[in-house]
Design a protein around this ligand. Structure first.
Ligand code: PLP
Length: 396
């Protein structure tokens, strides 16, 4: 049904596998294995484990429904679900690269992704060059003969820098590198990287796809050939599999994805505009603001600015900036102090001491994450109530 329907229809109608009982809602197949009619039937099905249900580390019908729905929403041929966003990154690198290969990645990354590239993959001979995601020449100049993959997050976490997916895809293509885009911050409701030239979309389904802060999940979407020939064999053998229960929760989350993200974006724009005028605030990072350095690119490749607003508090020293940021966070009564994002509830985070605390101070400085920075992942509450919640600590 993928080509005939619009996004909102696909979000609730695609990826449906009905059993003989005709259940209306998606069935939750909690089973580790599947039974066979005979020994010969078992032998046949094991031979083609991607086409049949044999064991839930390989395939499970509830997980298939999640994969089909996400592939439809991203406009991709195939999807492989994983246990978390990080295991999706692990899987795409393990599936496509080997020792001696080289990766070019944005330097503005989710903290754990930065750690994977700089500390884990390097142990296995896969090296990474980090570049400013907005500097096209930097991407070009980082390419080496052994470069096999480009990795990008846009908007970036937590500074919401916007990189030009289409322009970078051309550089990746010329370098014969697989171009992977982490589409976590926008979700397919706002941005579809495959349509802009990316080869693979990576997701932390934990964020907007669930959208209600309940379960962990991840996914890779791309060509049928890449997903089935490269990624599926790795996930089947190594086992970073999405559980059927989590897939079922995520399926229900995806049905309300665009409703939620549209409302969260309009709330975020409201709050960003207000913060921009506030005397205690140094700078606001939000792609929907005209003051954002990549506002024009954002307007072209995203439907709206998204739900993430970061802002930097004023302060004469790093210590003063941290104290100001912590005061704002500690004065809130509505916002949840937590590292997650993409929830119906607004979350507030101090990246320098939480999500980005484990990376070196030098890497943090290179990524532009100061002690005064606060990341707000705007939820579905009333925007005026959130403004009032932040005003308490800002005004003091
Ligand atoms: C959360 C997040 C991840 C990692 O996802 P998990 O599901 O927590 O493993 C990767 N990239 C971005 C941009 C994220 O926000």
């Amino acid at each position: 049904m993928d080509d005939q329907f619009n996004f909102d229809t696909l979000a609730v109608r695609s990826g449906t596998l009905r059993s003989e009982f005709g259940e209306h809602s998606e069935a939750l197949y909690l089973t580790s294995s599947f039974v066979f009619a005979s020994a010969a039937d078992a032998a046949e099905r094991f031979k083609k484990s991607e086409d049949y249900y044999t064991y839930s580390r390989f395939t499970n019908p509830t997980v298939t429904m999640f994969q089909d729905r996400l592939a439809a929403l991203e406009g991709g041929e195939a999807c492989m679900a994983t246990a978390s966003g990080m295991s999706a990154i692990l899987s795409v690198v393990m599936a496509a690269l080997q020792a001696g290969d080289h990766l070019v990645s944005s330097q503005s990354l989710f903290g754990s992704t930065l750690g994977m590239f700089s500390q884990i993959f390097s142990k296995f001979g896969i090296t990474t060059t980090f570049v400013d995601p907005t500097d096209l020449d930097a991407w070009k100049n980082a390419v080496r003969p052994e470069t096999k993959m480009f990795f990008l997050e846009t908007p970036s976490n937590p500074l919401t820098e916007i990189a030009d997916i289409e322009a970078i895809s051309k550089i990746a293509k010329a370098a014969n590198a697989i171009f992977v885009v982490d589409n976590c911050f926008c979700s397919p409701a706002l941005q579809q990287p495959l349509k802009l030239g990316a080869d693979v979309v990576m997701h932390s389904a934990t964020k907007f796809l669930d959208g209600q802060g309940r379960v962990l999940g991840g996914a890779l979407v791309g060509s049928k050939q890449f997903i089935m020939e490269k990624v599926f064999p790795f996930v089947r053998s190594a086992g970073p599999t999405l559980s059927a229960f989590n897939a079922w929760v995520l399926l229900k989350g995806m049905e309300t994805l665009s409703l939620r993200v549209d409302k969260q974006s309009s709330n975020a724009l409201d709050i960003a505009r207000w913060l921009e005028q506030h005397p205690a605030v140094n700078r606001v990072f939000y792609p929907g603001l005209e003051s954002h350095p990549q506002y024009e690119i954002a307007k072209r490749q995203q439907k709206s600015g998204g739900a993430i607003v970061s802002f930097e508090l004023k302060g004469d020293t790093p210590e003063a900036m941290r104290a100001n940021a912590w005061r704002v966070i500690d004065s809130t009564k509505i916002c949840s102090i937590t590292g997650n994002l993409g929830d119906t509830r607004t979350t507030i985070t101090h990246p320098a001491t939480t999500t980005h605390a484990r990376i070196t101070p030098e890497a943090r400085a290179a990524a532009g994450i100061s002690e005064g920075l606060i990341r707000l992942a705007v939820g579905l509450e009333n925007a005026g109530d959130i403004r009032a919640d932040l005003a308490r600590g800002l005004g003091a």
